[in-house]
Design a protein around this ligand. Structure first.
Ligand code: BGC
Length: 904
């Protein structure tokens, strides 16, 4: 903190902290401005950024690459680097200082940096290498049956270093999944690298700082390469070899010496290869690890590799090699089992207490050749055994053969399972709880949100939503982590995106995935059903393809990111044209292809054409907003008119004058109301019909993936918050709490995944970890906690804090670490009074909507609100008092609420 309490922190480049290896020549910079809690109304009037080619220059306050001078601006994010373009592998160091509202300048921030990766194709000296004649291990039954279960090759090469190393970087990737090794150690902490893209369109490269791992004398660079998404089993049925047959490695180590010389060690024909203990390691099927075949010391100097064979070399083709633009997959949490049972002698089932994605680390001691089997499941049969039929063809089984030397540890490399329970058989003796550790694995997106309230089941719902996200955001947003599927379904992603942004920082994650979506767009302009486009090769389904418009819009609203909009603008326009050209009467009758409808709705059948046309209109509405945001005024007008015209066509085709909407389902009413399709005169009527429909179902919802994401918003925004709260609290089937009361620790795929009457649903499609029905998380954050960016202010520069209280809760609170800083909102009722505490980040303003009309006195910190420091205006709007504030923490209270029930 500087002497007057302002601090600059969390400097990021392209949403990442000190990224090594980025492609973007004009990366965007951001920082946080933090003020001491006692200061209110802090603003930033100007900034200065210095970017230097080495830290010493920066220390001398010179920016040889870029010196912005004092720029009058309140921006703290999305600031586009405008200095000298960096060449391949060049590093840039930067810092920032700002001037506050009084024109007092802060101290310089700490230095941050970024580094470009290998930029051009010709920067690559390495070629792809593979192990020749790699084939399945015939001694293993599963491998005889499933011929894509290949052993994992080990690759190695030695090199000698003499001289002081100033900097060393490893650029590596695989067609497959790899773990790089240098001198006996794993390089970095990534898992399942390089992550999933359409490998025929682009392959991601990881950059590692290995300066400290290089030694004088002999060094060994090595890697293990598994089949992964490239040639292993992915998707249903189950198919393998989607992109190629044999896993391959591409690696290039750059050593820069202190004397200015440099050296490159790259994959080429000099490398050696062999298979070792991993007889196969497959996402869906599991791993077979035979420790009797361990190769101790293979990745360190001094190992005798004469018995190893040569490698096959393949020249690079034209497929772009890109720097990984988002957080990698990492092992993040370790979970200690909460219980163990022994349903059959010698068969132990450990319960992690939480459904996760990842694997188990196991220790054991026993004779060489002992075979231990680990099988995974999300749920148990009534008799306490594993329920695994819902895994379909995913075998989700790890096999471990002991080496027989003291205590050994097994942890798989290139598989992952969706599970809460692990069954261990063949174990020598009785496994203790300490022997079993659950390892949670996923994309390492930073947690940015929290929500708690006075109702424990709602808190569990929030936990289930977050775990559903964590377990499924693994390189791409998967539908589920357990069965033979794990695809990036666009429908699931778009309904959940608004919830996802509130839980984790998914800016880089979704930026990366949008490229996969764009890669999957058809020639004609249709966005795919899944991205990367694989297994389901169809496209253009209503509410699925629309994701190509909805996700960029969500990123722009959340992060103020206009670049994502600009980048995908042409693709989004092609999508709109594709829709329009096939449906000139503005009803989405044609080109609905897979037409999934309101997927997994329950006891309701929303007409599919209606869903299509509603989304068509919604797309136009979002396109109009995005066009305006990137300065395309003409397009904005065009899409605004298109939205109106489609809405009119929708009403003419599907809506009666009394507000009845065809199909008369909750989802039909939700789409029409949420997407602004109805004339004002019909809104009230339609909303009343929606409520009547819920009443007629005994206060139950009937929405599927599509409708559920709007249901509570629509009820709240149309005057029925108490009905939304009723749905939230419903404990009988179908409802969110029903699954929780039956033990759910993640969101189920289906409302009726298991019921008292019917038991398990059809195992053909019944996942217990599918996030879509958890899209109510957005409503918890925006409405119950009341944290929202103002309608005209994408990127949380100006907030609307408007919690909607309900008598069913005595308090609720939320936190959101926005791109501008941490926002908090907490409300509590006591007797007749309420208190609302908010924290507004520095350089951010807010309107806080407090449910108090005339009669109640609104106080802040013991004084009437209008006298309070930081409050800039106090207005009234119906039942609310709207307090405009600058940054800081405020505690508002109302002694008595004369217009008592806030949720009316
Ligand atoms: C997936 C879904 C997906 C759907 C398409 C299912 O198999 O698991 O989540 O959206 O297919 O309707």
């Amino acid at each position: 903190m500087s002497e007057y309490g302002l601090r600059l922190s969390f400097l990021r480049t392209e949403y990442l902290v000190n990224p090594l290896g980025i492609d973007e020549p004009r990366p965007r910079l951001s920082w946080l401005l933090e003020a001491g809690s006692e200061r209110r109304g802090v603003t930033q009037r100007a900034y200065q950024i210095l970017v230097a080619s080495d830290p010493d220059q920066l220390a001398r306050e010179t920016g040889d690459l870029w010196d912005t001078g004092k720029v009058a601006s309140t921006d703290t994010a999305q600031i586009v680097y405008g200095g000298t373009a960096l060449v391949a592998r060049q590093a840039a160091w930067w810092m920032v200082r700002v001037w506050d509202g009084d024109d007092t300048v802060t101290a310089w921030s700490e230095a941050a940096n970024w580094e470009r990766g290998l930029a051009k194709f010709t920067d690559w000296k390495a070629n792809w290498i593979a192990m020749p004649h790699l084939s399945v291990d015939d001694e293993i039954a599963e491998a005889r049956e499933l011929d894509a279960l290949l052993p994992v090759p080990h690759f190695r090469r030695t090199f000698t270093v003499a001289g002081t190393v100033a900097r060393a970087r490893l650029y590596a990737t695989a067609r497959g999944v790899y773990e790089a090794r240098l001198n006996g150690e794993k390089v970095g902490d990534h898992q399942l690298a390089p992550g999933w893209t359409d490998y025929s369109k682009r392959v991601q490269v990881q950059t590692h700082d290995v300066t400290n791992a290089i030694r004088q004398g002999e060094n060994v660079l090595g890697a293990l390469v598994g089949t992964g998404w490239y040639s292993g089993y992915v998707g249903f049925e189950p198919g393998a070899r989607h992109y190629g047959t044999t896993p391959q490695l591409l690696a290039q180590l750059h050593i820069d010496y202190a004397d200015g010389t440099s050296e490159i060690v790259a994959t080429d024909g000099t490398w050696r290869a062999v298979t070792g203990p991993i007889r196969y390691s497959d996402f869906l099927m599991g791993e077979y690890y035979d420790a009797t075949r361990d190769l101790p010391g293979w990745d360190a100097p001094g190992f005798d590799a004469r018995a190893w064979g040569g490698v096959g070399v393949q020249n690079k083709n034209a497929t772009p090699l890109i720097c990984e633009p988002s957080e990698p997959v990492r092992a993040q949490d370790e979970i200690v089992p909460v219980g163990v049972t022994e349903p059959k002698p010698g068969v132990f089932i450990f319960d992690l207490g939480q459904n996760i994605a990842g694997w188990v680390r196991l220790t054991a001691e026993g004779p060489a050749g002992t075979v231990i089997t680990l099988r995974f499941a999300e749920i148990l049969n009534p008799d306490g055994t594993l329920y695994r039929t819902n895994l379909r063809s995913a075998r989700a089984t790890d096999t471990w053969v002991l080496r027989g030397e003291g205590t050994e540890t097994f942890e798989p490399r290139f598989t992952w399972h969706g599970f809460r329970y692990v069954e261990i058989s063949g174990y020598p003796g009785v496994p203790s709880s300490e022997a079993v550790t659950g390892v949670f694995v996923g994309s390492d997106t930073r947690a940015v949100g929290a929500f708690t309230c006075s109702d424990d089941l709602v808190n569990q719902l929030q936990r289930n939503i977050v775990w559903g996200q964590r377990g499924n955001f693994l390189s791409i947003p998967t539908d589920c982590p357990q069965r033979d599927e794990r695809l990036g379904w666009l429908g699931d992603a778009q309904v959940f995106a608004g919830t996802a942004v509130g839980n984790m920082d998914v800016a880089a994650f979704f930026t990366k995935w949008m490229q996969d979506v764009a890669d999957g767009q058809s020639e004609a302009g249709a966005f795919p059903d899944v991205a990367p486009r694989l297994v389901d090769l169809s496209d253009g389904a209503p509410a699925w393809g629309d994701c190509g418009v909805i996700v960029p819009w969500t990123l722009w609203r959340t992060y103020g990111d206009t670049r994502i909009v600009e980048k995908h603008w042409a693709a989004m326009e092609r999508w709109m044209d594709w829709l329009l050209n096939a449906n000139l009467d503005l009803l989405w009758k044609h080109n609905r292809n897979n037409d999934f409808g309101d997927w997994l709705s329950i006891g309701a059948n929303t007409p599919k054409e209606l869903i299509g046309t509603a989304y068509f209109a919604y797309d136009a509405h979002l396109m109009a907003q995005m066009a305006a945001a990137i300065g395309r005024e003409h397009d904005a007008g065009r899409y605004r008119r298109l939205h109106e015209d489609i809405a009119a066509a929708f009403c003419a085709a599907h809506v009666d004058e009394d507000g009845t909407i065809e199909g008369e389902t909750q989802s039909a009413y939700c789409l029409a109301l949420h997407f602004g399709l109805l004339p004002p005169a019909l809104r009230e009527k339609a909303a009343a019909r929606l409520v009547a429909n819920i009443e007629a179902k005994g206060g139950h919802l009937s929405t599927g993936f599509v409708g559920v994401s709007y249901l509570c918003h629509v009820l709240t925004n149309n005057g029925y918050p108490e009905v939304a709260y009723r749905l939230l609290h419903n404990e009988t089937f179908p409802s969110w709490k029903y699954s929780i009361l039956h033990g759910a620790t993640t969101i189920w795929e289906r409302w009726d995944g298991w019921t008292e009457e019917g038991g398990f649903q059809d195992p053909g499609m019944n996942s217990f970890n599918h996030y879509s029905l958890g899209s109510v998380g957005e409503w918890l954050r925006r409405t119950v906690a009341g944290i929202e960016t103002a309608p005209d202010a994408p990127g949380y520069g100006h907030l609307r804090i408007r919690p909607v209280l309900d008598d069913s809760l005595s308090f609720a609170e939320g936190r959101y670490d926005s791109i501008r800083g941490t926002i908090r909102s907490r409300w509590e009722r006591s007797g007749d009074g309420i208190s609302i505490a908010v924290t507004i980040p520095a350089n951010v303003s807010a309107e806080v909507w407090i449910p108090v009309a005339t009669g109640g006195t609104l106080m802040e910190g013991g004084a009437p609100v209008s006298d309070t420091n930081g409050v800039t205006d106090v207005l009234r709007d119906g039942d609310h008092t709207i307090v405009h504030v600058g940054s800081g923490s405020y505690a508002f209270s109302v002694e008595s609420r004369s217009t008592a029930n806030a949720s009316s």
